[in-house]
Design a protein around this ligand. Structure first.
Ligand code: SF4
Length: 357
């Protein structure tokens, strides 16, 4: 059984690293990470602008000119210019911007893969943001993460797993005790039902082990395709695309798909990338969605992939204002994991009841 980074195999290293961080350099490291994060993003955004190909540079200039002409930061016109910048740059080199052709499928695929590579440079440490030490813990944590943040789940699971470390233990739990332990994650009655059901199913049908196949995982109570892919990708090393709210929003903004249905989104994106990239792709996209490309206020002015994004201008384009929208390590704040991987440049999340910072 393969356990990916951030998992049980990395547990000892994570613990040591967390202790080290707590012991000493947390403040200094955090300051450094913040400064470096912001500087890196600014540099990255500037470099991206400089290094774009001829067509894209021309289109970007046009965008700037359009912005100046209108004097407005978030007008529909500016959005269109930025959108065309991405489309022209990737699809239409040589078009000179005269006729704006729709982006070809091939050009979109090339642009998508470039976004993936760029995000790899921005988030080389992208990882699952649920704390777990084995497949069972990841499965339970993922079920609990519905309708709440990974942070809240991570603050809740230490007590839960101390009380019920195995499927057999959890299947035998008194419902009201389980409810009380997972109450902070919300919807605790429905989630208790799922946890009792899936633990009993693991005990009775899978010898107390989490199965490593999608078709088995989705037969467990409370486990859908998204949860199954999270577990497969991060606890078994089986490539999976996780279409959560961030992933769906971003890939639609990038015009990788027009679908809303998660399964159709997954199929469209799966056709763009080799299978071996699916899990890392999910992490990078979700990291970008949580830190920079937010649902309501994307930080476009600080976005390192702005020249590749057809939706540039949907959010704040002023770099100073955009910088204030950055979250987690990119904004100098604690992350979501109480035990982040050793390469995570931000601060660990605080335990339940303690405030961040
Ligand atoms: S932050 Fe703005 S420019 Fe960046 S990916 Fe999101 S919508 Fe596009």
């Amino acid at each position: 059984m393969i356990v990916a980074k951030g998992s049980a195999e990395a547990g000892a290293a994570e613990t040591a690293a967390a202790k080290k961080t707590a012991a000493g350099g947390r403040t200094a490291a955090a300051r450094k990470a913040t400064a470096e994060g912001r500087t890196a993003l600014a540099k990255k955004a500037a470099a991206a602008k400089k290094t774009t190909a001829g067509g894209r540079t021309a289109a970007a200039k046009k965008t700037t000119a359009a912005k100046k002409a209108t004097g407005a930061k978030k007008t529909t016109g500016a959005q269109k210019s930025a959108g065309n910048a991405a489309a022209e740059g990737s699809a239409g080199a040589g078009s000179g911007g005269a006729a704006r052709k729709p982006e070809s499928h091939l050009a979109m695929v090339r642009r998508a893969r470039r976004i993936y590579r760029e995000l790899g440079e921005v988030f080389p440490y992208a990882h699952p943001e649920l704390d777990f030490r084995n497949p069972f813990e990841l499965l339970v944590a993922t079920v609990l993460s519905a309708q709440t943040t990974d942070l809240r789940v991570n603050q809740t699971t230490p007590r839960l797993f101390a009380a019920y470390p195995t499927p057999e233990d959890m299947a035998a739990a008194a419902p009201e005790e389980l409810e009380e332990l997972i109450r902070p994650t919300g919807f605790f009655r429905a989630k208790t039902k799922s946890l009792l059901g899936l633990s009993a199913a693991l005990r009775d049908r899978f010898d107390g082990e989490v199965p490593g196949r999608l078709e088995d995982l989705v037969t467990l109570p409370g486990v859908g395709r998204k949860t199954a892919n999270v577990v497969l990708g991060n606890a078994f090393g089986v490539p999976g695309i996780t279409v959560d709210t961030h992933f769906g929003r971003l890939v639609r903004r990038w015009k990788w798909t027009e679908q809303d249905d998660p399964e159709k989104v997954e199929a469209d994106v799966a056709a763009i990338f080799p299978k071996s990239e699916w899990t890392d792709l999910s992490h990078r996209v979700i990291f970008h969605g949580r830190r920079i490309c937010h649902a309501r206020k994307p930080a476009c002015g600080c976005c390192p992939i702005a020249p590749l994004c057809p939706s540039y201008g949907e959010g704040e384009t002023d770099p100073e204002k955009a910088a204030k929208l950055l979250k987690y390590e990119k904004g100098g704040f604690p992350g979501q994991r109480l035990s982040p991987p050793p390469d995570y440049p931000g601060k660990p999340a605080p335990p339940l009841g303690e405030t961040a910072q």
